[in-house]
Design a protein around this ligand. Structure first.
Ligand SMILES: [Zn+2]
Length: 703
């Protein structure tokens, strides 16, 4: 009979044996899922969102320390990657409306109201006055012109019906495109100032139907209160505007104000955001033609007319631009076998006010995820590759923390980054979805099949995802909405962005995006947060632990094929040869099939693992995405180097495939010259060559 010690030793030996075999990795991955803790997420979120924490403030430096100490307590060594960046803050602003017929003047308070019982009333004095970051300072006055969502087509409509925007002040509503593009479109139409309001139909519960018809606003319902204002940046670029292309380290070279203005990324006319209550008052002062259809408001709204006037707006904004220190927090679990290969997880931490949804639902999920990995480390798990955790600063101003870090570490990341996994907002409601570069599609879908649906435990996240009609397909990362932008569009790192929620959330970027809103409406049990952390962590674990990277480029070929078919339709009747593009996609498909076969053959063989062979295969899989970037970048957008994915030119949030080709087509259609159509063909050639380069990387052979 064996004594207790012997049994224990045998047991430990078996455990170590299991731990060292490759199947043990999946043991740990299952364990990771079982360690989830929604209470911990709620605690982190509560602590992170106690005070407003805009980038560049002491309060946000404190959240950086909190994140760092949490990482360290989970056995994850971490440090600050800090930058000196140019940020703007409001100094003074005012808005009033003159009605010439009654000669009355309405002075807007521009203040978001504290509600009765608001637990954050005691820190309300720390909330920044509502403003647009990087707005032009100035005082202007002019007749109000209503321009709907401020899209290119909205200004075209105004022109068509003979409404003069030039010299006037545009009133546009939030919701369809990036606010920086609203201001730029207004500027291009000749406006001298812009007021952007939140329409009750879109954010204030005035849209009718939906959610059982509950139209109450916060704190009674989920909708934006009458005085709520969406703050935000109107900067169209990425990273510190004064250091485009290089890192904002102390004492570095900086562009002058004139040079920044020449980039076209900052507005040249002042703007202010206002509430739906104020927007309605301005709308009521506007007479003139009516545009029906989507120009109108919700069910209880009056008829919107376009003006100009007779209401006259007097807009004043004075901002200050300051160099302030921002802090990214970088945590690292070093890989045991391939420490020089990085799987990177990122989320921003800075918020316009409390940021319970945007972005700290993601921060809380990230911290809980690291707690689980801390526990796995205690049980003997070490990742094969290095896992890097990034808590970004100053995302709200223009993806600044992540962009500066990517610019500073560019060569190291290009040679070592396996993938970047972004979560900005983790949760604002129910319904998981993801956007990715297509070689990651399969992995993300597989991970979502292993995580229970937080809203229906009898099914998985994947099942629920398939049922939601609109989001069953993965989105792409051509938009500029979050920190994946520099990774994908500047240096070509395979990436994913994940979120739970459907549509939008009404209190976006207002002071009402706080812990109370999240607890009442976003995720009362914090189980949706758990689901995001689980999918996020599982994707990271597989990328970090599997001997051969779980990338499948066949999906890339399929996606490119679809985009090429769309292009064919768009260019029908035009003398553009798409053969080179179609041929390059065929080549990519063949190369993908070939490397998939090689992967399978490697994994099936019985021989001892060959780490050089594995590394060689993995490098091809990792580097193929880089081939889609081109050192010259897109025409007139040199920082955007990815030729497959970038934002559309007039909407920084809109994702475009083949952006260079589309920009060229748009120009050619406008002016219709031979020269411009030739440039469309040139862009087709450039994309074709990039795709061919990707195939060559996958093949791994010299020509
Ligand atoms: Zn965000």
């Amino acid at each position: 009979m064996m004594n207790k010690t012997v049994i224990t030793i045998i047991f430990i030996s078996i455990f170590i044996f299991i731990a060292e075999s490759s199947s043990s990795k999946s043991f740990y991955h299952t364990k990771f899922l079982s360690l989830s803790d929604n209470t911990s997420i709620a605690n982190h979120l509560f602590i992170l969102t106690r005070r407003p924490h805009v980038a560049g403030t002491l309060a946000n430096a404190e959240t950086a320390s909190y994140v760092q100490s949490t990482l360290i307590s989970n056995q994850i060594p971490s440090h600050f990657a800090s930058y000196e960046v140019s940020l703007t803050y409001p100094v003074s602003r005012s808005l009033n409306l003159t009605d010439p017929s009654s000669s009355s003047i309405k002075q807007f308070s521009l203040r978001q109201e504290i509600y009765k019982g608001d637990p954050y009333a005691n820190v309300a004095n720390e909330i920044l006055p509502t403003f647009h970051a990087y707005a032009k300072s100035g005082s202007v006055s002019g007749s109000a012109v209503y321009a709907n969502y401020g899209r290119v087509e909205d200004f075209a409509t105004l022109k068509q019906i003979g409404v003069n925007v030039s010299g006037n002040i545009v009133l546009a509503r939030y919701g369809q495109i990036f606010r920086g593009d609203i201001v730029q479109n207004a500027q291009e139409a000749g406006a001298i100032g812009v007021v952007i309001y939140t329409d009750k139909k879109d954010y204030g519960g005035g849209g009718g139907g939906g959610d059982g018809g509950d139209k109450r606003w916060f704190p009674d319902g989920k909708w934006m209160p009458p005085s709520g204002v969406q703050v935000g940046s109107v900067f169209k670029g990425s990273g510190d505007p004064t250091t485009t292309g290089w890192a904002s380290v102390e004492g570095c070279e900086r562009l002058t104000e004139e040079e920044v203005m020449k980039t076209g990324d900052v507005p040249l006319i002042p703007s202010l955001p206002v509430s739906w209550k104020d927007g309605e008052i301005i709308l009521n002062s506007i007479d003139g033609p009516v545009v029906n259809g989507d120009w109108q408001g919700g069910e209880d709204a009056s008829v919107y007319k376009v003006g100009p006037g007779p209401g006259i707006l007097n807009l004043h904004y004075q901002g200050k631009e300051e160099i302030r220190t921002i802090h990214n927090v970088i945590g690292i679990i070093e890989g045991s076998e391939e420490p020089d290969r990085y799987v990177i997880l990122g989320n921003h931490r800075d918020a316009w006010t409390f940021g319970a949804v945007d972005p700290n639902s993601g921060t809380a999920a990230l911290l809980e995820l690291t707690e689980r990995l801390g526990k796995l480390q205690k049980q003997g798990w070490r990742p094969r590759r290095t896992i890097v955790f990034c808590s970004w600063d100053a995302e709200e101003y223009g993806l600044i923390g992540s962009t500066e870090w990517v610019e500073e570490n560019r060569e190291t990341l290009i040679s070592r980054a396996v993938a970047y996994l972004n979560v900005d907002v983790a949760v604002y409601g129910k319904g998981f979805h993801a956007s990715s570069t297509p070689q990651l599609d399969e992995l993300i879908l597989q991970a979502s099949q292993l995580v229970p649906d937080p809203d229906n435990s009898s099914q998985t996240v994947y099942d629920a995802w398939l049922q939601s009609k609109s989001k069953a397909v993965l989105g792409r990362l051509g938009g500029g909405g979050s920190d994946y932008k520099a990774f994908v569009q500047h240096i070509g790192v395979p990436s994913v962005d994940m979120i739970t929620g459907d549509g939008g959330y009404p209190v976006y970027h207002s002071m009402y995006d706080d812990f109370v809103w999240m607890k009442k409406f976003g995720d009362p049990m914090f189980k949706r947060h758990v689901a995001v952390a689980s999918v996020w962590g599982l994707v990271a674990l597989r990328l970090a632990d599997e001997e051969i990277l779980p990338f499948n480029y066949l999906h890339y070929a399929d996606e490119l094929q679809k985009s090429a078919e769309d292009l064919k339709v768009e260019l029908s009747g035009k003398d553009i040869n798409l053969k080179p593009l179609l041929n390059s996609i065929d080549g990519l498909r063949l190369a993908s099939i070939k490397i998939n076969d090689q992967k399978e053959a490697y994994l099936k063989r019985n021989k001892r693992k060959d780490s050089f062979k594995a590394r060689e295969l993995n490098d091809r899989l990792m580097m193929a995405e880089r081939a889609f970037t081109d050192s010259d970048g897109l025409p007139s957008r040199p920082w955007s180097k990815h030729l497959i994915y970038a934002p559309s030119k007039h909407n920084g949030y809109g994702s475009k495939s083949f952006p260079g080709i589309h920009d060229a087509i748009e120009m050619a259609k406008q002016m219709n010259t031979k020269e411009l159509w030739k440039s469309v063909q040139h862009e087709v050639w450039r994309v074709s060559r990039a795709i061919k380069h990707a195939s060559l990387v996958l093949n791994g052979k010299l020509t």
